[in-house]
Design a protein around this ligand. Structure first.
Ligand SMILES: [Zn+2]
Ligand SMILES: [Zn+2]
Length: 342
């Protein structure tokens, strides 16, 4: 099969073609696994973190990609949940142990044996992948393959982030950073809660305009003070300045949820501006989001089909995965980037 593989960790400043097109043997499903013929795979910022070594794959080479949509092509021994031809999705959660204190209460995202698709196991930047039948999702008919792919990561983690804010009807929600995940959160939040106010902090006027179009009560720059203090804020940026500035805009007892797998080092010095009474005192909380559990993926797919949420997408053939990644890195973002694979 054709696959775009990562052979070594590198900086995208030095190497703008980190992935190589290779021919690999078609994977064979083991017991309880299915073989998926991939038709679409979303391109995520986390792939850049993997390539640059902030969350490095444990073994190389590896096939990246954790927003995978395709059809069941074959099933392994004792795999009986899906039939050949069924359309399925694979998300960031590739597997978990299934029997630890976290797995037993549906927090498999925190399992010590958590494996991520496209990092700890080969993912969807390829014609085929194998995966446990317990870790795949049905895709509602309302979505095309390419529309469904980007929902599997940004949407699921956005769903988890929104739940972790503990927001209640009538409260105020801040979003700092306004990329793929935040677009989906604003749609989910305005659908789920009819009387919440949403405040968006984004660097570019274009993003702020888009936020207002999507229903934000107010949109300002990252370091602006919101017109009122907020009950909760979700940070989806790779930087530190938005964290400090968000804390200042929180109410007493408010919660900041950081939805980022890694933060970059560039502006870490901004943390020195942290002023305890202004930013943290009065029982303000910070909570990070790690991975996704299966219920986040299925919960989001369900709400996305109800609303429905149709992401803006920009497609690239598999062979142009490097171009898609570099455009993401360079913030040339016109909708979610999706690789299409034949
Ligand atoms: Zn992702
Ligand atoms: Zn576990």
């Amino acid at each position: 099969m054709k696959a775009m593989v990562l052979n070594e960790i590198c900086s995208l400043e030095d190497n703008r073609t980190p992935l190589n097109l290779v021919n690999l043997p078609d994977p064979v499903p083991r017991a309880k696994e299915i073989l998926v013929k991939v038709s679409a795979c979303g391109v995520c910022h986390t792939e850049i973190d993997e390539i640059e070594g902030r969350t490095p794959p444990p073994r190389l080479p590896v096939v990246l990609g954790h927003q995978v949509v395709g059809k069941v092509k074959d099933t392994g021994v004792n795999a009986g949940k899906f039939s050949l031809g069924d359309r399925v999705g694979v998300a960031w959660i590739f597997s978990a142990c299934g029997n630890c204190n976290y797995c037993n209460v549906g927090k498999e995202n925190l399992c010590e044996k958590f494996k991520a698709t496209g990092r700890d196991a080969n993912g969807g930047y390829a014609q085929y992948m194998t995966v446990s039948e317990d870790f795949v999702f049905n895709i509602p008919d309302v979505f095309s393959d390419s529309e469904a792919a980007p929902l599997l990561c940004a949407g699921a983690i956005g769903f988890r982030s929104l739940n972790l804010t503990n927001i209640k009807e009538g409260q105020s929600l801040g979003l700092t950073g306004f990329g793929a995940s935040a677009h989906l959160v604003i749609k989910m939040a305005t659908y789920k809660y009819k009387h919440i106010k949403i405040f968006v902090f984004a660097r570019s006027e274009k993003e702020r305009e888009f936020a207002r179009e999507l229903g934000a009560t107010w949109a300002g720059d990252t370091e602006e003070k919101s017109p009122e203090k907020l009950d909760c804020i979700i940070d989806t940026t790779p930087a530190w300045k938005p964290v400090v500035e968000a804390l200042r805009n929180l109410k007493s007892g408010g919660r900041l949820v950081i939805n980022a797998i890694r933060k970059e080092e560039r502006d870490k010095a901004y943390l020195l501006q942290l002023d305890y009474p202004e930013h943290l005192w009065l029982e303000k909380e910070i909570k990070s989001v790690a991975n996704v559990a299966r219920k986040d993926v299925s919960g989001f797919i369900q709400i996305a089909a109800e609303i429905p949420i149709k992401p803006e997408i920009q497609t690239f053939p598999l062979e142009e995965a490097n171009t898609a990644l570099m455009e993401l890195k360079d913030r040339k973002i016109r909708g979610a980037k999706v690789l299409t694979i034949d």
